[in-house]
Ligand binder design. Structure first.
Ligand code: 4AD
Ligand code: MG
Length: 456
């Protein structure tokens, strides 16, 4: 007989004979003639209550069941008499699959996020982390659904690459050379015969496919060796990168806005119970924040105007605000949280602070870049219209110290039927932080990788 998931059983309200449920014991309460077990199987936040009556053969063992023990229950699903749950199971038999010792760390009490990070292998068994990872799964599905409904094709771009797309040099090297190996000829002796890294973005590859299939996206792991221990950066994270042919910066901003709204709606509709947990215990303003984002259009503002607003704000920032300098998290958050109190898209950034692939504007000073900033997070999306003119592209590479020879294939794509095209990268974990109100990126990643930390 196949086990039923608790989420399915709790959805209905009709009585069912002979159901089988398997899960882990969350709590147990004994009376003279009954034992009440709360069982969770991870399929949803809720437990199912099981009533074990003293006539069961192994009743003595049942009354010794410890928290975290695994059990299989066969019985009758009935409407519950008690308060707080709709359905419960009257057990006909209970199989004790395994007993957890009393030292099980997740006893019924609140644990701090910091402590739970030290037991990352067990934390998905708690209500909060179970909810995070169910939402994470649903969000992945929502991303594919969004693009599929729009006719975008999913492209698997390489994880191991030879290019530094962002030009920031924050890459992890991939090599088969031994640490103490004496190298005479440099990278040619290495596995791929050239310098090789884990990808920081699938964009350059995705562009090649946009110029063939029209609208495409990648969605996969990316890696950055930024040695900044912040609550919003991970060394390994997932990025969603759409790329559209025949599309300018404005179309790009439209897609970004539509996508964020779609993802919020999808999660509110499909993960209501899990989201409620965050609205209650993690961020009391969560629902207002999410509803506000959906309520109106995102504000769109050129970078130079953002600089003016920040300079006139009278706020003391740690980092100086000046045309030509990148906006820091404190500036981004001031704009979206305090000044406009809604998502803001900043566009047309100075060319010096942006990568070679962004399209140079006619002013020769700025590029057609855009960043989407949201309350509580700051930058959630970075994107641009791409430089589609090969001569300008090569000039920009020279200016930024990139060697055009390394990107011959990228430049080559502009020779044959080059077209305006645009795309962006959405930080998947930052989106999860927005949706749950969780403040540290380490807590939305199953096994986070950050500087000095790779235990699990
Ligand atoms: O702004 P970024 O660096 O843009 C790109 O990589 C472009 N190639 C994307 C494109 O146009 N196809 O990164 C995009 C987003 C950021 O806005 C942020 O949300 C997220 O990726 N991100 C990180 N998330 C977690 N940890 C990090 N270290 C991140 N770095 C960027
Ligand atoms: Mg960025």
């Amino acid at each position: 007989m196949k086990r039923k998931k608790i989420c399915e059983l709790l959805k209905g309200s009709s009585q069912l004979d002979n159901v089988l449920v398997k899960g882990w014991l969350r709590t147990r309460r004994d009376s003279k003639t009954f034992s009440f077990l709360e069982i969770n199987d991870g399929s949803c936040l809720k437990n199912i209550q099981v009533i074990a009556d003293s006539t069961l053969d192994n009743y003595t063992e049942i009354t010794k069941l410890t928290i975290g023990s695994a059990v299989g229950i066969r019985g009758k699903l009935v409407k519950s008499q008690g308060k707080g749950q709709d359905m419960e199971i009257q057990a006909q038999s209970i199989e004790i699959i395994s007993l957890a010792p009393e030292s099980y760390p997740l006893q019924k009490k609140r644990h701090t996020d910091e402590f739970l990070r030290t037991i990352a292998h067990l934390r998905p068994r708690t209500n909060k982390y179970g909810a995070i990872f169910r939402i994470r799964s649903e969000l992945s599905y929502a991303i594919h659904k969004f693009f599929r409904d729009k006719g975008f094709k999913y492209i698997h771009t390489p994880i191991i690459t030879g290019s530094d797309c962002e030009g920031a040099g924050e890459m992890f090297r991939v090599t088969t050379l031994k640490p103490d190996q004496k190298i005479k000829k440099g990278y040619v002796e290495d596995f791929f015969g050239q310098e090789t890294n884990l990808t920081v973005s699938g964009q350059l590859s995705a562009e090649m496919f946009a110029l063939a299939l029209g609208d495409v996206y990648t969605f996969g792991p990316t890696f950055r060796a930024e040695n900044s221990n912040t609550s919003r950066h991970a060394a390994e994270f997932w990025m969603v990168e759409p790329e559209m042919a025949f599309c300018d910066l404005e179309d790009d901003m439209d897609l970004a806005e539509e996508m964020i709204n779609f993802l919020i709606t999808h999660i509110l509709d499909n993960c209501a119970e899990d989201i409620q947990l965050f609205a209650k215990f993690v961020d009391k303003k969560l629902m207002t924040t999410l509803e506000n984002i959906r309520a109106g259009a995102f504000l769109r503002l050129p970078y130079s105007d953002a600089v003016d607003i920040l300079r006139k704000s009278g706020k003391k920032f740690e980092y100086e605000v000046k045309f030509g300098k990148d906006l820091q998290s404190e500036h981004e958050r001031y704009l979206t949280e305090q000044h406009f109190k809604k998502p803001v898209i900043i566009y047309n950034y100075p060319k010096e602070i942006k990568p070679f692939y962004m399209r140079l504007n006619d002013d020769d000073l700025t590029v057609a870049a855009m960043d989407v900033l949201v309350p509580g997070i700051g930058e959630i999306i970075g994107g641009s219209q791409r430089e589609d003119r090969s001569e300008v592209l090569v000039e920009r590479m020279d200016e930024l110290g990139q060697f055009p020879g390394d990107y011959w294939w990228y430049i080559d794509s502009r020779k044959y039927g080059t077209v305006p095209h645009s795309g962006f990268g959405l930080g998947f974990e930052r989106t999860l932080m927005l949706l749950t109100g969780v403040k540290n990126i380490r807590d939305v990643i199953p096994f986070p990788r950050t500087p000095g930390s790779i235990e699990f």
